[in-house]
Ligand binder design. Structure first.
Ligand SMILES: [Zn+2]
Length: 267
């Protein structure tokens, strides 16, 4: 079928922009913010569908979701996020104790497996991991990575109105597999910065990395470690940033976290 000449023209212009920027300009993102929202909703629908049987229903697990949303709210209420209003910031828990992972789609659909919730030991660790995941959405690491890794092909698909499903699949894969070193570093940084404005110990996520290092994650290596062979550096970086912000001790809320974990379904 003959493509309209204007579409070809526009896509060539955008193509030259992508090639011009290459992967060197970190902030270059070819997608509008509305695409993060649209893609996120598609990815979340497909994840929900794939995990239908394991997804903890928010209607019948009210206390569990109330607790986990309260952690999210302390991050959102005490910080100014660019996308606090236009992203979903929805949380879903997948009942699978063998998966040590959490991830966030574009547009702020956050997922925790019961495996990681039971592995974490205190609420500041949960808040730290959540802050890290939320930063991936807030800083638009998915569409940023797609622009860098898949830019040309995806753009041609988009320009000619094809490959929408493929786009959502790629976004989903990136969310689960990791975004690359720079993005992980930025997410670690925002996790500490955001938690610093709450009552939590701001380097909460470092407690998780410490446990991973002590006990080993093996095949259960989560997304946020996948692109980092050395968690020791991340622990040190997070603590350094916490110190530079003033080193406020903050709280771990270990007891109430242990109580929360006991309410999670047994696998
Ligand atoms: Zn990450």
């Amino acid at each position: 079928m003959k493509q309209p000449i204007s579409l070809i023209f526009i896509s060539l212009i955008i193509l030259s922009l992508i090639i011009g920027c290459g992967g060197t300009n970190k902030s270059f993102n070819v997608f509008p913010v509305s695409k993060d929202v649209e893609l996120g909703s598609q990815v979340a629908n497909s994840i929900d569908e794939q995990n239908k049987k394991q997804l903890l229903d928010s209607q019948s697990n009210v206390a569990i979701y109330k607790y986990i949303y309260s952690v999210r709210d302390s991050i959102l209420k005490n910080n100014t996020l660019d996308h606090s209003k236009d992203f979903a910031w929805r949380i879903r828990i997948i009942a699978n104790d063998s998966v040590l992972n959490a991830f966030c789609t574009p547009g702020g659909y956050i997922y925790f497996y019961t495996g990681i919730l039971k592995y974490l030991e205190s609420e500041d660790q949960l808040a730290g991991v959540m802050g890290h995941e939320m930063a991936h959405a807030e800083k638009r690491h998915s569409t940023d990575a797609m622009t860098r890794q898949y830019g040309v092909g995806i753009l041609m698909d988009l320009a000619f109105g094809q490959g929408k499903g493929q786009l959502a699949r790629i976004a989903g894969n990136i969310a689960e597999l990791g975004y690359g070193r720079d993005a992980e570093k930025e997410s670690d940084e925002y996790s500490v910065r955001w938690l610093y404005n709450t009552s939590y110990y701001a380097a909460g996520a470092s407690g998780f990395f410490q446990k991973m290092e002590n006990t080993g994650g093996g095949a259960r290596m989560p997304e946020f470690l996948s692109t980092h062979p050395n968690p020791t550096n991340r622990i040190a970086e997070m603590k350094k940033l916490w110190q530079s912000l003033g080193g406020k001790p903050g709280k771990t809320y270990q007891e109430r976290y242990t109580a929360f974990v006991k309410t999670l379904p047994k696998q």
